[in-house]
Design a protein around this ligand. Structure first.
Ligand SMILES: Nc1ncnc2c1ncn2[C@@H]1O[C@H](COP(=O)(O)OP(=O)(O)OP(=O)(O)O)[C@@H](O)[C@H]1O
Ligand SMILES: Cc1ncc(CO)c(N)n1
Length: 265
């Protein structure tokens, strides 16, 4: 039937190096057999060694992309990634309020693996106050969870507490990613659902620096699964299994924090 094939949307910045950002989202959604659409909000000159330059797009151009998609496609789930600065966050929030693109997965991207800022400091407050309440699911890593809540997260107990704080701020469901946490050889993530259920997802921790784009990949996989109509808990578990496989089956690309193997299953 016309327009019935599952369609998802990535609202993100471009990583010229192909490993993270919109490129990771596209590769992931393609692998999950979902038709990927995009609203590009910023461009980065980036590779596995770092971010060399970046530029946000004018809000009018962001508005135009949202309008084009709304006029023609049937998007059933969307995610946000790099949102650059205050005008970009405000513009994306306004468009998400204007159009219905299904569940909104917010990956509150702040800093690239090499340390480059991908969100201006003064935009964090707007993400917290205006974007977070629109989130069906928020997927912060530990430094992002700390910035959004103002609390330190250094233990599993604190991962649980920060999950509840993020729900108090308005996110319906929360996935606190533990990739930045060295816990005895494990990569442990905490999930808190809006029915008060919670669970841990645990995988082996692979000793590799080829982890560029892990956060983008797990959130894009969850978004793709939701676009197919899969329940949230199953989508989150599939996201964890997929990102684990992409790290485990690493490929040699670039000279720094290498990209994932998006062909892994
Ligand atoms: N070395 C590793 N081995 C196994 N799993 C990992 C490893 N590093 C991260 N992960 C997993 O990858 C997912 C993403 O977590 P992470 O905390 O790295 O996100 P992120 O910092 O947002 O990533 P990025 O900024 O590169 O997009 C989580 O499920 C985490 O447990
Ligand atoms: C464009 C872009 N988005 C997100 C990330 C975080 O992985 C990155 N490094 N670059």
């Amino acid at each position: 039937m016309v327009n019935e094939f599952p369609q998802a949307l990535s609202i993100a910045g471009s990583d010229s190096g192909g490993g993270a950002g919109m490129q990771a989202d596209l590769k992931t959604m393609q692998m999950r057999h979902v038709f990927a659409t995009t609203v590009l909000v910023a461009i980065t000159a980036q590779n596995t060694l770092g971010v060399q330059d970046s530029m946000p797009l004018p809000p009018a151009m962001i508005d135009a992309q949202f309008a084009s998609l709304n006029d023609d496609l049937q998007i059933r789930a969307c995610k946000t990634g790099m949102l650059a600065d205050v005008p970009t966050v405000e513009c994306v929030v306004a468009n998400l309020q204007k159009y219905d693109f299904g569940p909104v997965i917010v990956d509150p991207v702040m800093i690239a693996k090499g340390g480059a800022p991908l969100l201006a400091d003064d935009a964090i407050e707007i993400v917290k106050k205006r974007l977070l309440p629109l989130a069906t699911l928020i997927t912060p890593n530990l430094p992002e969870a700390e910035r959004l809540t103002g609390m330190q997260v250094e233990s599993k107990e604190e991962m649980v507490t920060v999950g509840h704080r993020l729900q108090d701020l308005g996110a319906k469901n929360v996935l606190v990613k533990g990739g930045h946490f060295d816990q005895s050889g494990l990569a442990q993530d905490f999930v808190l659902l809006d029915n008060d259920e919670s669970f841990w997802m645990t995988s082996p921790r692979f000793d590799t620096i080829r982890t560029h784009g892990t956060g983008d990949t797990i959130s894009a996989c969850i978004t793709a699964e939701l676009a197919k109509g899969v329940p949230l808990e199953t989508a989150i578990r599939t996201g964890k299994a997929y990102v684990t496989a992409t790290i485990r089956d690493g490929i040699e690309v670039g000279h720094g924090h290498g990209p994932l193997n998006h062909w892994a299953l």
